[in-house]
Design a protein around this ligand. Structure first.
Ligand code: GLC
Length: 595
């Protein structure tokens, strides 16, 4: 075997994030320790040994702040606290300590584009009236028309419905998401200062960094006459000059340069990753070293199992990272997209943007378009090996390591996602709850027996969301219903099956730690080729993705119906069996050490 470099984290602790595996926890659906039906912070602490064994470098916690849950917690009532339904600050401190003791970093989600309408400052803004300093912290405007009863613009918010809502004194406030999520006015110095306070608060409580929600949305310019020329969903994201009134304005970068100064006061400097849905040519700005440092690359999350799409995404992702002086990120699933084990088991559409087919499938409760779970799982196994040998950071979404498919048939009246009920009148979209169903930990604790697959205890325990007098009563049902087939994917069942998805992830992460070179170069191998074969039965085209890292660590994935040759070398790990002749079958990846 060629020489093996130590990994980046080992050589410079301040750069741990450059090629890390970051595991996303959606806390309300991870593990409930009290029987409230909602996952809690103590549940994350309880599962640190599981995460350690899995081999992740960091966990990113989706919002766990006090929230009325108009948008799954991305509507924050109080940025410097834990939702009492999820625990206390002491629980957070214990989590940070336990994670650090296990060598796992903590990344918290910060939501700076909007608060919730239950935030103290929003209530003060409504009470303060037009022209008050309290109102200036948000974006209030007079309406149009003789009585001002028309919204200031005709913009539609992200989850449907108007982007402006009227308050009793007649003014309107802007919300790019639900009406419970008023947008902050980042021109207001108090808002800026308060967020700096929040950043320091979490860093002082042991957080190692931040995932920055809607990072491209903060700076806005509404002092202009042409606002009606813009619609705010979908289009105009391609503006590349920083002049769109709402998104990716040049001034947004001043905010992050200010944050970076705060981050650099810490040792090691705090880490941050931007969620910025901007034109690829502008993404590098967020990732530059004097700003947030890293930006999500969502290309894998958007695409079907098509060789050429992945190949282009890899080339572009690496080029963009180089431009920013950062490393790339790879994301197949998160809390906003249908789980990839299901996406890959549906008919594949090369040009599908934002997986429209998967959305249609959800809309039909998974009853039309046949989901081939076996195929989806085989491809998900191949995909994770292809992803984990790439230079840069991999973001793994909770349950992905169990190979969980999307739950497509949650009844409409049990959905929580505003995407579903803001558009429910025409039932145009079912939303994101199918990937947010509470995790199955124990196969035997089936929902048929009133169990929760070990998500919740059988009886309530005093703690997060449960009072002392309620202790001993039967637990609440999980906040989203778990299907009976979750038993097949339960962590304990997969733990004891050497061939399970969980054990593949464990082996892959372990090997990644030993194999990951410090440099981020990638070389395409001779075996790498575009489709030269007939289309597969479901429209999938063939081809091979084959690359090597500087130390000879190689990953080869076959998308084609015909088995592919492998280069000379030693096989380290395979996502599935090879053919009897030692060839690589369709939808399979091997890791090799090349001679
Ligand atoms: C981000 C989050 C998403 C949320 C939205 C509004 O896109 O990932 O879940 O709905 O921001 O905060």
């Amino acid at each position: 075997m060629t020489s093996i470099d130590t990994n980046t984290a080992a050589t410079d602790p301040s750069l741990w994030w450059k090629q890390a595996v970051v595991y996303q926890v959606y806390p309300r659906s991870f593990k409930d320790t009290t029987g409230s039906g909602l996952g809690d912070i103590a549940g994350v602490t309880a599962k640190i040994p599981y995460l350690k064994e899995l081999g992740v470098d960091a966990i990113w916690l989706s919002p766990f702040y006090p929230s009325q849950l108009a948008d799954g917690g991305y509507d924050v009532d109080d940025y410097r606290n834990v939702d009492p339904k999820l625990g206390t600050m002491a629980d957070f401190d214990e989590l940070a300590q336990t994670a650090h003791a296990a060598g796992i970093r903590i990344v918290v989600d910060i939501v700076p584009n909007h608060s919730s309408n239950q935030h103290e400052w929003f209530k003060a803004a409504v009470a303060g009236g037009p022209g008050s300093p309290e109102r200036d912290r948000y974006i209030f405007r007079d309406g149009k028309g003789p009585n001002g009863d028309q919204p200031p613009t005709d913009w539609i918010a992200s989850f449907g419905g108007p982007a402006w809502t009227r308050v009793p004194d007649g003014q309107w406030y802007l919300h790019m998401f639900t009406k419970e999520q008023p947008d902050w006015n980042w021109k207001n110095p108090e808002v800026r200062a308060d967020f700096i306070r929040t950043l320091r608060f979490w860093l002082d409580h042991g957080a190692d960094g931040f995932r920055v929600d809607v990072a491209h949305g903060l700076a806005k310019d509404l002092e202009r006459d042409d606002l009606d020329d813009f619609t705010i969903i979908g289009d105009d994201m391609s503006a590349t000059d920083g002049t769109h009134p709402l998104y990716d304005r040049n001034e947004v970068h001043d905010i992050y340069r200010e944050w970076r100064k705060v981050f650099n006061e810490y040792n090691p400097p705090a880490f941050a990753v931007a969620e910025a849905w901007v034109h690829p040519s502008r993404q590098y700005l967020y990732a530059s070293t004097d700003e947030l440092g890293q930006v999500f690359n969502f290309e894998f999350a958007k695409m079907d199992w098509i060789r050429d799409s992945f190949h282009t995404a890899i080339e572009e992702g690496l080029a963009a990272a180089e431009r920013s002086g950062s490393t790339s990120t790879w994301v197949m699933s998160n809390h906003d997209v249908p789980r990839h084990a299901s996406r890959y088991g549906l008919p594949q559409v090369p040009s599908s943007s934002h997986h429209q087919l998967a959305k249609d499938w959800l809309l039909r409760d998974g009853t039309s378009y046949t989901e081939d779970r076996e195929k989806g799982s085989r491809r998900a196994r191949a995909a994770i090996l292809m992803e984990l040998a790439l230079p840069g950071s991999a973001y793994v979404y909770q349950g992905e390591e169990l190979g969980l498919p999307e739950v497509a048939d949650i009844p409409w009246d049990q959905l929580e996602d505003p995407t579903a009920f803001h558009r429910v009148r025409n039932q145009s979209e079912k939303g994101r709850d199918g990937c947010r169903v509470p995790l199955p930990w124990v196969a035997a604790d089936t929902s048929a027996d009133g169990g929760t697959f070990g998500f919740s205890p059988a009886a309530k325990v005093a703690g997060a969301g449960v009072t002392a007098s309620e202790a001993g009563q039967p637990a609440e049902k999980p906040h989203l219903p778990q299907p009976a087939w979750f038993a097949d994917y339960a962590a304990d069942k997969e733990d004891s099956d050497p061939a399970s998805m969980l054990n593949l992830y464990r082996k892959a992460l372990q090997l990644r730690h030993t194999m990951m070179p410090t440099d981020t170069s990638l070389t395409w191998l001779d075996e790498d080729r575009s489709s030269d074969l007939p289309d597969g039965a479901d429209g999938q085209r063939g081809g091979v993705i084959a690359y090597r890292r500087s130390n000879g660590w190689a990953s080869i994935t076959n998308f084609s119906m015909s088995p592919a040759d492998l280069p000379e070398g030693t096989i380290l790990l395979a996502s599935g069996p090879l053919t009897d002749d030692g060839l690589l079958p369709q939808d399979t990846t091997v890791w090799m050490s090349l001679n």
